[in-house]
Design a protein around this ligand. Structure first.
Ligand SMILES: CC(C)(COP(=O)(O)OP(=O)(O)OC[C@H]1O[C@@H](n2cnc3c(N)ncnc32)[C@H](O)[C@@H]1OP(=O)(O)O)[C@@H](O)C(=O)NCCC(=O)NCCS
Length: 184
């Protein structure tokens, strides 16, 4: 097992990890929405801020991050939001609202992350290693801190983030908890 920088040929595996760790669906449109919201921006626009857990050349987990929320938001709005609008008007509206709410959190915590590991590789310390490495990488590029959104019901992930120094900043019941931490 190895943790390494994301490479372009990890793209398909990373997209699969995103779908396999989300609530299961056979609906192609829902899959495209998940990839639009949680995957493609990061690997396409900020590959230097993405890392994978590698099992014999195959990515089986990732942490994908964005260093600066304002840059993320501008690029997301111009490249990814129009596609999301075509896929689902309600998701488009929710994403627009999220972007304006997150803009306020990002004043203090400019970076953000998504982390997903295939079930057979969880609980072995790899998530902790990925999060430490991603935070070191962002701090080295002068970011002050990082935030994330986690489902209110994902108790395992909330505990994991707390163990890694994140605290809850805002809960939008019943959907999402925003957690954040400053870099040392
Ligand atoms: C949340 C997630 C990223 C955490 O990654 P992980 O690799 O399971 O995390 P770790 O193994 O570092 O830590 C998890 C637990 O394993 C324990 N652990 C760490 N190293 C271990 C080891 N070598 N052996 C056994 N257990 C270990 C940790 O103590 C921790 O336990 P705790 O939560 O009770 O304190 C991962 O479970 C995941 O991808 N889940 C599905 C998708 C998801 O929910 N993503 C987050 C969306 S916001």
């Amino acid at each position: 097992m190895e943790i390494r920088k994301y490479q372009a040929n990890d793209k398909l595996n990373c997209r699969n990890i995103c779908l396999l760790t989300a609530p299961s669906t056979n609906d192609e449109r829902k899959k495209q929405i998940l990839l639009n919201l949680y995957n493609d921006y990061y690997t396409e626009q900020e590959p230097q801020n993405c890392f994978v857990l590698d099992d014999d050349g195959i990515a089986v987990g990732y942490i994908i991050t964005s260093a600066d929320f304002n840059e993320y938001s501008a690029k997301f709005k111009s490249i990814y939001l129009p596609e999301l609008k075509k896929l689902s008007l309600p998701e488009y509206v929710i994403k627009r609202l999220s972007l304006s709410l997150e803009k306020r959190i990002a004043k203090k915590y400019p970076s953000h992350l998504h982390i997903d590991i295939l079930p057979e590789y969880t609980g072995k310390g790899f998530g902790g290693k990925l999060i430490d490495l991603a935070c070191e990488n962002l701090a080295a590029s002068d970011s002050k801190g990082i935030f994330l959104g986690v489902s209110y019901f994902n108790k395992k992930a909330v505990k994991f983030y707390k163990n890694h120094g994140f605290t809850v900043k805002l809960t939008i019941f019943p959907f999402v908890r925003y957690m954040a931490k400053l870099f040392d």
